[in-house]
Write a protein that binds this ligand. Structure first.
Ligand SMILES: *Cc1c(COP(=O)(O)O)cnc(C)c1O
Length: 351
């Protein structure tokens, strides 16, 4: 039986370091909520929690089952960001002491009852026009809920990664308007990772850091915690005119050496990755040559020295940025991280 498989090496100590770097960008009075939705962006929620529980103030997830399983591993606050929709869910959040976001008037019925220790997170729409209560509907929140000091008014920025976009200013202004409309001293939260980097002055009481913890944004202090790699299983010499892979998308102009690597779209390599996307072979950059298959990619190793079957090829990790891979293919690092498939072997390392 062959044991060759794509691997995801995960260095949890880098995530811990990244959290410290993000925290150093904001004031000491701000609390850090670690966003660990989608299995900690593909990094294994349970293993991560143990390592970071002492340096974060709370966790944010999206699905109720994530929140419930998280509760078995931490005493810290947990925020269910999609909120709840029925009484069955209300009982579950109450039994597990899970805080939840109220982002739509359909959820206002839960404002009337608060379980002991519960905090409400009220999400307002300030201009992203995705989730969030309109400023007009805030009056109704005040009528239904007796807001307390440690409840939180939150919003989410649409353009945190584009600091010059005027939508940011509009959102900050609307957030101020919402806060003064409430006219009570509750806490506030706006920033995600790019917000922390670009607008640290708006950190208020809570920041919600996700992608930056995992090193999925360009920043000198943040390192990518995952390395996605597999091995060469076959090397082929081809002649001018030979075409490679499905559709024969690429054609050799000269004599070439092609390495076939045991990783494909069923592992999490985007199927539409373009020719020329760089991967790392024996610490040298080499371009993808031809269409990504379910289980294989073809790489042009004509210029790589001493390449042989069994050598490792890194798609992203140290020295080959996940952000570069994403940008080359008009994708985002979030999608690359969360689409690594379960068949990829996760290995926890401290490099
Ligand atoms: C996912 C999410 C975040 C984290 O965003 P990053 O860009 O990954 O830092 C913050 N807030 C909310 C509401 C989210 O859904």
């Amino acid at each position: 039986m062959s044991s060759i498989t794509a691997e995801l090496l995960i260095d949890l100590s880098k995530i811990k370091k990244n959290i410290c770097s993000l925290k150093s960008l904001i004031g000491k009075d701000s609390n850090f909520m670690a966003i660990v939705k989608s299995d900690a962006y593909g990094h294994d929620l349970k293993k991560l929690i143990v390592r970071i529980d002492d340096i974060v103030d709370a966790y944010g997830v999206v699905r109720l089952d994530e929140a419930v399983s998280l509760r078995r591993h931490t005493q810290k606050q947990i925020l269910l960001m999609q909120g709840i929709y029925d009484d069955l869910e209300w009982n579950i959040v109450k039994d597990n002491s899970i805080n939840f976001v109220v982002h739509d008037p359909i959820q206002f019925k839960f404002l009337k009852k608060r379980y002991p220790g519960q905090k409400f997170w009220i999400k307002v729409n300030t201009g992203m026009n995705r989730l969030g209560i309109s400023l007009d509907d805030l009056k109704e929140v005040l009528q239904k809920a007796h807001l307390q000091n440690d409840d939180v008014l939150m919003t989410h920025l649409a353009c945190a990664d584009i600091p010059d976009d005027e939508l940011n200013l509009l959102q900050f202004a609307n957030f101020e308007k919402a806060f003064s409309q409430l006219n009570c001293p509750i806490q506030r939260s706006i920033l995600n990772t790019n917000g922390i980097i670009n607008f640290p002055q708006h950190a208020y009481d809570w920041v919600r850091g996700g992608i930056g913890m995992y090193g999925g944004v360009h920043h000198p202090d943040l390192e990518t915690a995952m390395t996605f790699r597999s091995q060469i299983i076959s090397i082929r010499d081809i002649q001018p005119g030979d075409r490679v892979g499905y559709g024969g998308r690429q054609q050799a102009k000269t004599k070439m050496k092609i390495a076939n690597v045991y990783v494909g779209y069923a592992d999490g390599v985007p199927q539409n990755s373009i020719d020329g996307t760089k991967v790392l072979v024996n610490d040298q950059y080499a371009p993808i040559f031809g269409r990504v298959s379910m289980d294989l990619i073809s790489v042009d190793i004509s210029k790589i020295d001493n390449c042989k079957v069994g050598d490792w090829v890194v798609l992203w990790g140290d020295n080959i940025s996940i952000n570069k891979f994403a940008e080359t293919n008009s994708l985002i690092s979030y999608e690359l991280m969360t689409k690594i498939s379960p068949r990829v072997k996760k290995i926890f390392v401290e490099l």
